[in-house]
Design a protein. Structure first.
Length: 259
């Protein structure tokens, strides 16, 4: 987006900036369970769905664990997926955070950072995401609502890059950012949609020995997330580590293209 693009200024809080960016990225599936202070994110997005502004499948689940599980399953079929959480909700996702990164599913998740209990505290604290920093997810921390908006858009490109294929969190401080209204320069819908692009899939060998996109497809059966004994398990983790290192390079490339 090196060419001059006309932007408009909207008054948005951090949560609304997330929802607006997701709306523009042509996401296929959003699965979520509300928790303060991220609730506004999924509330606003559900309004976009109800108003017919997006064609996204919006799944209301019974817990954060189920929300991420639904996003993982959808992502493995090739869908662009998004969810959001915070604090105890992210902690409840703990098991599925590792499954998602281990399956190389590029789910994007916004985290409105909130302290972990006890004592109960609904305000901003990075203890929720710091506790998950070794779960194999890229973590991007935003300083203001503008960075929140820009980072969500870039996160889809970074996570879905064929040389990365790792899930990504975009983190914004609870209340200080999630609920504070700022001026945000937003891009035209079509510009963001073109930048986010369409998911690209690396080709792999199927059980039948033919090349097929890396996704679950009845026409090209394959196993994702299989049983792995220690020797193969280590190989999976080595590949994840290489992808995370590659992500540092891709983050810079995507940022330069977006700037």
């Amino acid at each position: 987006m090196k060419s001059v693009v006309e932007k408009k200024v909207l008054a948005l809080n951090g949560d609304e900036a997330v929802a607006y960016a997701v709306k523009q990225c042509d996401v296929d599936v959003v699965a979520a369970y509300p928790i303060t202070p991220q609730t506004i994110i999924v509330e606003r997005f559900s309004e976009y769905v109800a108003n017919g502004e997006v064609e996204t499948a919006f799944v209301c689940t019974e817990s954060e664990h189920s929300a991420l599980t639904a996003c993982l399953a959808a992502s493995l079929t090739g869908a662009r997926t998004f969810t959001a959480s915070a604090s105890a909700g992210l902690a409840l996702m703990h098991e599925m955070l590792f499954v998602t990164s281990g399956c190389r599913a590029p789910v994007v998740m916004a985290i409105a950072n909130r302290a972990l209990s006890a004592p109960i505290n609904i305000h901003g604290d990075h203890s929720d995401t710091m506790a998950q920093r070794d779960s194999g997810w890229i973590q991007i921390y935003a300083e203001n609502a503008q960075e929140v908006y820009d980072s969500v858009i870039q996160a889809f490109r970074i996570a879905e890059h064929p040389e990365v294929l790792l899930p990504a969190m975009v983190c914004l401080d609870g209340f200080q950012l999630s609920h504070s209204v700022e001026n945000v320069n937003v891009l035209p819908d079509e510009t963001v949609k073109n930048f986010a692009g369409i998911r690209q899939f690396p080709k792999v060998l199927t059980h039948e020995g033919k090349q097929a996109p890396l996704r679950l497809d009845p026409e090209n059966p394959m196993t994702l997330g299989p049983l792995a004994f220690p020797n193969y398990y280590f190989e999976f983790k080595r590949q994840q580590e290489e992808a995370m290192k590659k992500a540092l390079e891709i983050i810079r490339q995507v940022h330069d293209e977006y700037a």
